[in-house]
Every structure is written in structure tokens, then in C-alpha cells.
Design a protein around this ligand. Structure first.
Ligand code: UTP
Length: 279
């Protein structure tokens, strides 16, 4: 059967950043492998993608990130040691992920920003729409996962989608911020987006968080995008070109989001998942 190129079948995980806010922990351990309780951030992201019907995981790594590949692979020694013991259940979730998904990797050789990391993933994605998960934004929802909600929305809008959240305006300089017109409840057609604006210049209090669905024309646009804020190639700048043609919607997702790229957000997520686990 020919492949349906309008469905979201692949998820890209840019995971090449240095994670400087978590030094020294991230000196030899990728930020995406830091655990909330016992599970690495990246595994939460992969499970979210799987819950949205996506089985092909494309991970953009960098130097010092080998632990990621080892995590999503069988450890025969460990399997041998643990098989048939009372501890075997600890491996249930990761075994399930490894069985159901395929993983492919590419390296971002120079860390030139999120837009550049996404472009590095082109070779793994090809010419089809795809999801992007920034694993340091940990999302949780008792019902449909955030990515599931977005994949459903994509079926109706067939254009790029950014997940947005209302933020205190004084935090606008940490996010890409959008402006636009309401399409329906929780969906906004984006007309403008600015990377990390000063609060006085922010076009709204709606900030982009680490969940995207992108159409593949974004790769050509990123190639043309000049370095922006911080000298990095920003995905926000590339998305603005699509937005100017009316081809981006913002979605106010249902659920909670923790900024696990910051120490405060990481602690908040840990407390939340600990309380929920009933340990
Ligand atoms: P961040 O800016 O939050 O990650 O990028 P960082 O640079 O690793 O963190 P700090 O600020 O130094 O503490 C958001 C996401 O984009 C990826 C990161 O790995 C993270 O998942 N990223 C960022 C890349 O893959 N490549 C880049 O060049 C930049």
C-alpha cells in the first residue's frame, strides 16, 4: 500500500543543545536523559509521540549524547541479569517503547539553534509533515496527550501548528510569542511571531512551547533563514514566513506543561509526578 504522505508518521526530537542551565549534571549526561522520577525526559516525549500514533522517532543528537542511543536499545547484559527476578517490571515501559518504535539518529555538528537542529533532521524526515517534540518541555494530560490533540487538529487544518500557552507577560523574553486571529475555540491563525520579545514589545501573552507540527516546506525556509536572536537560526523566524501566507495555526493545548529546561520547572515536574504516582 502506498504511504499516506498527509499523515503525521514521524516525530523529530531536537536534542543536541548543551543544557548549560543544568551544569555540571549535563557535562557528561544529555539534558534529555535527566529523569523525572525514574524516567528520562526523552522517554516521556517518545511515549507522548507513540500515544499520538507515531512510531518513527527521529532524534537530532550531538557530541556526548550516546546515552540516548543506548537507552532506546536492548541491553542484553541487563536483560539477562533481571529476567525472571522481582525487578523485571522496571523494564516494562522501555521494552514496550523499543518494541513499538523505530529510532533513527543524526548529529547536529554545530549548535546553531533550534531552527538549525530541525534542518539537521531533514535527512531523517524527508518530504512529509512531521511532529517536533522538545523533550525538556514535559507535557501531561489525563486524556489525549498534547501531541494527540495536535495531530487531530492537523487532520483538519493541514498546515503547520504551534502549541501555545498563556504566560505572565514579564516572561515573554524566554519564548517565541505569537499574534493572530481566532479561528475557533483554542485555535488562532497566526499573523505574527517574535522570538523572545521584551515584555513591552510582546504581541500577546501567548507563548510557543515545545510541540510543533511542521509541513516539509519548512526545510527550504530554514535554509533561507538568517541567524536571529542570539545569533542562532530560530524556528520562530522560519515559521513567520509560513505565517505570513496564513499557513500557521496556534493551538491552546489542554493539559499541563513543565519547563524542565529550567531548575524550577524540573523540580515542579518532579513533585507533580511524584504526587501523582502515589509512591
Ligand atoms: P534550549 O535552549 O532550551 O536548550 O533549546 P539548551 O541550549 O540545551 O539549554 P540551555 O539554555 O543551554 O540550558 C530547546 C531544545 O532545542 C534543542 C535542545 O536540545 C532542546 O531540546 N537544541 C537547541 C538543539 O538541538 N540544537 C541547538 O542548537 C539548540
Amino acid at each position: 500500500m502506498p504511504k499516506d504522505r498527509t499523515k503525521i508518521a514521524k516525530c523529530l526530537f531536537p536534542a543536541a543543545g548543551y543544557g548549560t542551565r543544568f551544569l555540571p549534571a549535563t557535562k557528561a549526561i544529555p539534558k534529555e536523559m535527566l529523569p523525572v522520577l525514574t524516567k528520562p525526559l526523552l522517554q516521556y516525549g517518545v511515549e507522548e509521540a507513540l500515544s499520538a500514533g507515531i512510531q518513527t522517532m527521529a532524534i537530532v543528537t550531538g557530541r556526548g549524547k550516546r546515552a540516548i542511543e543506548d537507552h532506546f536499545d536492548i541491553s542484553y547484559e541487563l536483560e539477562h541479569q533481571i529476567k525472571g527476578t522481582s525487578k523485571e517490571h522496571y523494564l516494562t515501559e522501555i521494552r514496550d517503547v523499543i518494541t513499538k518504535c523505530t529510532f533513527s539518529y543524526t548529529r547536529q555538528v554545530e549548535m546553531k539553534g533550534l531552527g538549525h537542529a530541525i534542518l539537521s533532521g531533514e535527512t531523517l524526515i524527508g518530504d512529509e509533515p512531521f511532529a517536533v517534540v522538545l523533550a525538556d518541555d514535559l507535557c501531561h494530560n489525563g486524556g489525549d496527550s498534547v501531541l494527540t490533540q495536535m495531530v487531530k487538529l492537523y487532520d483538519r487544518y493541514k498546515c503547520s501548528i504551534v502549541a501555545v500557552e498563556e504566560i505572565p507577560i514579564e516572561d515573554s523574553n524566554k519564548y517565541g510569542v505569537i499574534a493572530g486571529n481566532a479561528e475557533e475555540d483554542g485555535v488562532i491563525r497566526v499573523t505574527d511571531m517574535v522570538e523572545k520579545p521584551d515584555p513591552k514589545d510582546a504581541p500577546s501573552n501567548l507563548a510557543i512551547i515545545g510541540r510543533y507540527i511542521l509541513t516539509p516546506d519548512i526545510f527550504d525556509i530554514i535554509r533561507e533563514t538568517k541567524p536571529g536572536k542570539g545569533g542562532e537560526i530560530q524556528i520562530t523566524d522560519a515559521l513567520l514566513a509560513q505565517a505570513k501566507e496564513g499557513k500557521v495555526v496556534a493551538y491552546k493545548f489542554k493539559g499541563k506543561r513543565f519547563d524542565c529546561g529550567s531548575v524550577d520547572g524540573f523540580v515542579e515536574a518532579t513533585n507533580y509526578f511524584y504526587n501523582k504516582s502515589g509512591v
